[in-house]
Ligand binder design. Structure first.
Ligand SMILES: NC(=O)c1ccc[n+]([C@@H]2O[C@H](COP(=O)([O-])OP(=O)(O)OC[C@H]3O[C@@H](n4cnc5c(N)ncnc54)[C@H](OP(=O)(O)O)[C@@H]3O)[C@@H](O)[C@H]2O)c1
Length: 277
């Protein structure tokens, strides 16, 4: 039986990924600063999530100055590599051609494996986007990364980047999106869907704020699910979109995984959508 039982097919990557992924911001430290104090618990949380089918993991070179990637590398040991989908990102201060190559190789080292999806973390105002994109194409040719994409970009920025590419295309976009943060709904999400790309939704549970939402709690009662499971399942109903909640605590990991394997009714999905608009 494959690890992910609840999956979405994404055309740009030619494969399926788990309908819920896992974020790692804060695991292994903060903004370019490592924290080794909780390593075993963080690794255990990620391993539990993988066992429960959340096989897409999002990290970045900036998180803990690379230590988050090291924890992901530890957590994935022993799992079938081709069932996982590992995402990491290059910080904009490394967006120059040679720096992108160097950063990706360093991330690959820390992860102990190739990168499924490599993202430019934020637009780099001082570096022409074509320079970064050319480096991304080389990384694919070298087998360091399988696919690449952009984070925190609007449609104009995505199109500008796509115009630079001659060999490969942008496979994914990672932007902020939640039930209460829906800017991309009228722009980037339909664009990504039309183009068969993957959309990774970050901060999808608003740092846990949805856990106390009474409206979601009432809907969840019909399914025997918690408010967080309801909101995560609401994202499952959006084509090409995968939310990446971060959970350092095992009980949170287990709760988030319980958002998979079932579906809200169409009526409830629409009710939730309208309520938060
Ligand atoms: N590309 C970008 O620029 C960008 C920006 C921001 C985030 N991201 C990515 O997106 C991921 C998710 O975003 P985020 O970390 O900002 O926010 P989030 O996933 O919305 O919230 C994470 C917080 O929610 C808590 N939590 C997790 N599951 C819970 C549950 N079932 N019930 C109650 N609380 C729960 C976590 O607590 P515990 O950890 O204590 O379990 C943590 O404090 C990040 O980790 C990162 O990988 C990317």
């Amino acid at each position: 039986m494959p690890l992910s039982r609840d999956t979405k097919y994404i055309k740009s990557i030619g494969r399926s990924v788990s309908v819920i992924g896992m974020g790692t911001w804060g695991m292994g430290g903060g903004f370019w600063s490592p924290d080794y104090s909780n390593d075993n618990n963080w690794v255990a949380a990620l391993r539990r999530g993988i066992e429960l089918g959340m096989t897409l993991i999002d990290t970045a070179e900036m998180y803990g100055g690379g230590h988050s990637e090291e924890l992901v590398g530890r957590a994935i040991k022993g799992f079938p590599r081709d069932e996982l989908f590992i995402v990491t990102k290059v910080w904009p201060n490394h967006a120059r051609y040679d720096d992108v190559i160097r950063s990706a190789r360093a991330s690959q080292q820390r992860l102990g494996t190739y990168i499924d999806l490599y993202l430019l973390h934020w637009p780099a105002p001082d570096v022409p986007i074509c320079e970064t994109m050319k480096a991304m194409e080389r990384l694919v040719d070298e087998g360091v990364v399988r696919f690449f994409g952009l984070s925190n970009f609007d449609v104009n920025g995505i199109e500008e980047a796509r115009r630079c590419l001659s060999k490969y295309d942008i496979a994914a976009i990672e932007n902020r999106y939640s039930l209460v943060h829906r800017v991309d709904e009228g722009s980037v999400i339909p664009y990504v869907q039309r183009n068969g790309m993957l959309y990774l939704a970050y901060t999808p549970i608003e740092k846990g704020a949805f856990a106390n939402n009474e409206f979601l709690r009432d809907i969840g009662k019909r399914y025997g699910k918690t408010p967080i499971q309801v909101v995560l399942n609401w994202y499952v109903g959006i084509d090409n979109l995968v939310p990446i909640p971060k959970a350092g605590r095992i009980e949170h990991v287990e709760e988030n995984a319980g958002a998979m394997g079932w579906r809200l009714s169409k009526e409830d999905w629409e009710l939730i959508s309208r309520h938060f608009h």
